[in-house]
Design a protein around this ligand. Structure first.
Ligand SMILES: CC(C)(COP(=O)(O)OP(=O)(O)OC[C@H]1O[C@@H](n2cnc3c(N)ncnc32)[C@H](O)[C@@H]1OP(=O)(O)O)[C@@H](O)C(=O)NCCC(=O)NCCS
Length: 329
């Protein structure tokens, strides 16, 4: 039996950082940011006492409430993040302690912007194998914790946010997560979008801090080109493998990095703009958060009906990318 998404939730911190505020901090302007990225504002988790696990906890609580479950019911918690509270223990274990999911085992995965799709694929496999019946999958990133607000090439792009789902066995055959394809290309991707400080290669020292190695560094042009090609290719692959025509797709849910990348993917698929989910203008790139945030918004707007065909596609640091086809139950 396939795995189905039975609940969705998201959490966006209330504080907003607008393009106009960035104009004061950096040599940039609202017009440039909107025309190159589609982003107008992003959310920031300002309270320094709150980390990624805080957002995961907020998502997890809502998921339990929506599905009328208790924390004890959850068997696994998978958190996709590249901004864990700390290197260890995992943010999934911290989330487990926040909600009191004492029966669960919990672990993080890091595939940057593709993290949620990787985690969803792993979670779905646990359900499909028959070994687990209630899996919580969360994508969350506090990107403001690794963003250099003196670097205009990255500071404009990222925001904080989280979203998640509960996976359970599908009630009927032919529904749920029907297909998934995941990819990585470290040889070509590992040097273009990275944070070099704080790991075992460059443990934190005064020098790594002075060199700003604890912030994101990105070759935007390279990443842009690779993202456009990979997202479009995996989206097309999902369509051809599952015999989906553009008109069969109810929603394309792409990773929210840049409106131009989203548009290029939709164009290659031939999907009408009305079916393309986009909130990058409001939230920027929340990394592992983008796709589950979109899913929760669609769900909240009652746009997901039994039989709706969703194609989820992502691309991120690594490089990592992937696609998932869901027939909504
Ligand atoms: C970052 C990104 C928006 C930059 O857009 P771009 O069209 O590629 O712009 P470029 O980097 O080529 O820069 C063009 C010019 O704008 C300038 N510029 C860069 N950032 C700027 C900013 N915030 N404000 C104003 N000007 C800026 C550059 O200095 C450059 O000036 P020059 O031509 O005088 O050298 C784009 O490359 C992108 O979105 N890349 C993918 C990023 C991404 O999605 N990463 C997450 C992983 S999925």
């Amino acid at each position: 039996m396939k795995a189905a998404i039975t609940a969705t939730a998201n959490y966006l911190p209330p504080d907003i950082l607008t393009n106009h505020e960035l104009e004061i901090m950096l040599e940039t302007n609202d017009e440039w940011i909107r025309s190159r990225t589609g982003i107008s504002e992003r959310r920031i988790l300002k309270d320094p006492a709150k980390a990624t696990s805080y957002m995961c906890g907020e998502v997890a609580r809502q998921l339990l409430e929506k599905r009328a479950m208790t924390a004890d019911d959850i068997e696994v918690i998978i958190v996709a993040t590249m901004t864990p509270d700390m290197l260890f223990p995992s943010t999934a274990c911290i989330t487990q302690s926040i909600i009191g999911a004492t029966n669960a085992w919990a672990f993080d995965i890091n595939a940057a912007c593709s993290g949620f799709l990787y985690a969803l694929n792993i979670g779905a496999s646990l359900v499909e194998s028959g070994s687990h019946k209630k899996v919580m999958v969360i994508g969350a990133d506090k990107m403001s914790s690794v963003t250099d607000y003196t670097d205009r090439s990255t500071a404009i792009l990222f925001g904080d946010g989280a979203g998640g789902v509960i996976l359970e066995p599908a009630k009927k055959e032919g529904y749920g997560i029907l297909d998934a394809r995941m990819y990585s290309d470290g040889a070509n991707g590992k040097d273009h979008l990275l944070m070099t400080g704080g790991g075992s290669r460059n443990p934190s020292t005064h020098e790594t801090i002075d060199k700003r190695m604890h912030y994101i560094h990105q070759d935007g042009r390279q990443v842009f080109k690779a993202a456009v090609i990979a997202m479009a290719e995996v989206a097309e692959e999902m369509m051809s493998r599952n015999h989906l025509r553009a008109e069969d797709i109810d929603y394309l849910v792409p990773h929210q990095a840049n409106q131009r990348i989203i548009d290029a993917t939709a164009e290659r698929m031939g999907v009408d703009g009305k079916k393309v989910v986009s909130n990058v203008a409001r939230y920027g790139n929340t990394t592992a958060g983008t796709i589950p945030i979109c899913l929760a918004e669609l769900d909240e707007q009652h746009k997901l009906q039994t039989g709706s065909n969703l194609v989820l596609v992502s691309f991120g640091a690594g490089y990592t990318w992937g696609g998932i086809y869901v027939k909504w139950q």
